[in-house]
Design a binder for this molecule. Structure first.
Ligand code: CA
Length: 244
């Protein structure tokens, strides 16, 4: 089914995971240390990483940051495995782009369900990602694949209507420049009627909602004029954890 990299230092748990994941039909690659995990992921990007938080060399958070920061592995979903009482780390894990987490001790059944959900919503089959890779652009936490008409926020695919997709691409292509509603009507809708500008506002609003609280802010409102896609991701200069 899927190629899964398990980074786990406890030998017993590692073997139990390997056995059950293989039993469920997955192709399993094992690493007992963080650096080894990063190396294996770079060598041959898996379709999912099951990542223990407490590792002997570097922490699971550092591994997650490394994977999400590298071009080759940034879209690979990561499920963090944490022990009880690691609440803060858990949140930080999400900020670093982890896609889900499980708390030890967990049942294999629960893990397989989570795994399936993450694979379904986030993953791109390897053949597909290879053929569409050149058309993917990354902007902060947003990934756009213009060729495939698909977008991802924090590695999770978001379904857009064709019009919303065109609106997002048009704004992104002209980022840092204000686009008036008239221009957007012409270029996105192919129409220029005064009374249609409300349509744009409605679509931008819906697009922002779909992009979520962080990435939605990439599309700024320029009062009385139109919209502008920001010049660079706000995360670059904002403090981590900052919200609207
Ligand atoms: Ca551990």
């Amino acid at each position: 089914m899927a190629r899964i990299l398990v980074v786990e230092d406890e030998p017993d748990l590692r073997q139990v995971l390997a056995y059950n994941l293989r039993d469920a039909g997955h192709d399993v690659v094992l690493a007992s240390e963080g650096r080894k995990g990063i190396a294996l992921a770079n060598e041959h990007p898996p379709e999912l990483v099951l990542l223990d938080l407490m590792l002997p060399d570097i922490s699971g958070l550092e591994v997650c940051r490394a994977l999400k920061g590298a071009e080759r592995t940034r879209d690979v979903p990561v499920i963090m495995v944490t022990a009880r009482g690691e609440e803060i780390d858990r949140v930080v894990g999400f900020e670093l782009g982890a896609d889900d987490y499980v708390v030890k001790p967990f049942s294999i059944r629960e893990l397989l369900l989570r795994l399936r959900a993450v694979l379904r919503r986030g993953a791109t089959p390897p053949e597909e990602s290879a053929s569409t890779a050149p058309t993917q652009v990354h902007f902060g936490r947003l990934t756009i694949d213009a060729g495939a008409h698909r977008i991802w926020v924090d590695g999770v695919e978001v379904a857009l209507t064709p019009l919303e997709f065109k609106l997002l691409c048009t704004l992104h292509e002209r980022r840092n420049r204000v686009q008036s509603r008239g221009v957007l009507l012409d270029d996105v809708w192919g129409a220029s009627q005064e009374n249609m500008t409300r349509t744009i506002d409605t679509h931008v609003k819906r697009l922002r909602e779909k992009l979520g609280i962080h990435v939605g802010q990439y599309v700024e409102t320029v009062r009385g004029v139109g919209y502008r896609f920001v010049g660079r991701p706000p995360e670059a200069e904002a403090e981590p954890g900052e919200t609207r």
